[in-house]
Design a binder for this molecule. Structure first.
Ligand code: GLN
Length: 205
């Protein structure tokens, strides 16, 4: 496990925790380790204490919301976010970060970190899962994006920067502290989006 002080594999000195209650967390951890980041899995409030930032992975946002509450992590994360801790949310993680969620469960909770309205599973049944090469601001070559029951961005606030769109719909956006993708950037071997997120931490570190 790439955990703890003295881990010689760490080259950036950054610790980015990966929420590991449910969903596609392992591949995120692998991508982060590949780029020299210490990437502990986060399952309890204690795990959060030493991280500089977190990844909220894809999975099922309703289940994650429930497990976040029962583990005590919802409140612990909310406190860290209030202090300005950066976050990279992907797919279900995007839903957890968005200001407004359509077609969610009535008891589903979120962190309200970025001014977006997203519709759960908004690409429709026939497009449950699809892949597309998208152009990302700052990258020379397209990024192969894997969408799985992805959230559809229906509204974007003024302070939100669009890094990539697909057919006119934003799929990768950020504000100062929160970067969110509608797709799964961890499922290909391409680490460039993790690098974009991690380099934003270096400038604010
Ligand atoms: N549809 C899922 C949700 O509502 C998200 C899908 C995913 O993360 N791949 O949480």
């Amino acid at each position: 496990m790439p955990n703890g002080a003295g881990d010689t594999s760490t080259t950036t000195g950054l610790r980015v925790g990966v929420l590991a209650l449910q969903g596609a967390f392992e591949a995120h951890q692998e991508r982060l380790i590949e780029i020299g980041v210490d990437a502990p899995l986060i399952r309890t409030p204690l795990d959060l204490e030493t991280v500089d930032a977190v990844v909220l992975p894809g999975g099922e946002s309703t289940t994650m919301s429930r497990l976040l509450t029962t583990s005590g992590l919802f409140d612990a994360l909310e406190d860290r976010f209030a202090e300005g801790m950066p976050v990279f949310g992907t797919c279900a993680g995007m839903i957890l970060c968005a200001a407004d969620v359509l077609d969610g469960r009535s008891d589903q909770r979120g962190f309200d970190l970025i001014d977006l309205t997203v519709r759960r599973n908004g690409y429709g049944r026939q497009l449950e899962s699809f892949e597309s090469d998208i152009n990302v601001a700052g990258l020379d070559e397209p990024f192969h994006a894997v969408f799985i029951r992805a959230p559809f961005v229906e509204r974007i606030g003024d302070d939100v920067e669009i890094l990539a769109s697909l057919d006119g719909v934003a799929v990768l956006v950020r504000n100062q502290r929160c970067t969110v993708a509608a797709f799964h950037p961890e499922l290909t071997n391409d680490v460039r989006l993790h690098e974009i997120f991690v380099s934003s931490l270096k400038t604010s570190h």
